[in-house]
Design a protein around this ligand. Sequence first.
Ligand code: ADP
Length: 327
Amino acid sequence: MDSNIKCIGVLTSGGDAPGMNAAIRAVTRGAIFNGIRVFGIYRGYKGLITNEIEEFKTNSVSNIIQQGGTILKTARCDEFKTKEGRAIAYENMQKHGIEALVVIGGDGSLTGAAIFSSEYNIPIVGLPATIDNDLNATDVTIGYDTALNTIMEAMDKIRDTATSHERLFFIEVMGRNCGYLALNSAIASGAEAAIIPEISMEKDQLAELIEQGFRKSKSSSMVLVAESPVTGGAYNLAERVKKQYPQYDVRVTILGHLQRGGTPSAQDRILASRMGVASIQALIENQRSVMIGIRENEITYVPFRRAIKKERAISEELLEVLRISSI
Ligand code: ADP
């Protein structure tokens, strides 16, 4: 049975990711196309509590598909983690007649959405937007492809100087506790190795690399490091090498926040547009508490509790590709 939702709100929350604007645009236009009013909520859950909410028309989202960041701004909001904070958020939704939400963000934002949805029985659909690609049950997240391309371009530049000076570079990338960004960046940029949390748990990857002499045939090398307490980060690894193997001329580059910015890639714009339109379809079909996922290029609905489970395994095939192609 189709729902008769007449008014929704859309927000972006947590870490920003390129393609969030394309998602806001598709949600807004998808809703209006289906005769549903849309309110833009600023600064994530914070704006729901502080009532920074305004109605969006089709031209509110004109000329944004190509922009990085998010026109709705994003924030982290501790107040939303409290019952009192969520009660104010609910009151503000009611004031505007907002009956359902589309939440665009990472696992933290979707965790908040799951709690809010069950507490007040509100239909909420989540769109996975994070450069980390750390959500379960979707092949990719909005922003991941753009970040990969940004890292690849930076790596190409680092390679020029690494080769000229015959240096060993440790390049740290984001990813929290997930090594996908580091592993795929290493493959795409022809790096020697990726030190990632999933493997660091099991063995000392640095010791293994040194034993192999990094890449025997080459005097320079680049090693991707996922930023995580488990890997210890690029600076720690570089310090270890400097102390134990002074023959290596070691340098560190932390790519930092530049990984989050920039014009979204075609793939991210298309993904965000598909997911945005799908979120409205999901609400019309009476779905609630689901994340829009993508599997084998098909849109899927994933219950929040499955999407935010921390069980995403690293691909053995990708590890093998890096191992073989970097000999
Ligand atoms: P991301 O969505 O990028 O993973 P965060 O983990 O910082 O980012 O989460 C974004 C926001 O989601 C938090 O600031 C908070 O407002 C909300 N949130 C996260 N976890 C919870 C929770 N357990 N309960 C309620 N809200 C939460």
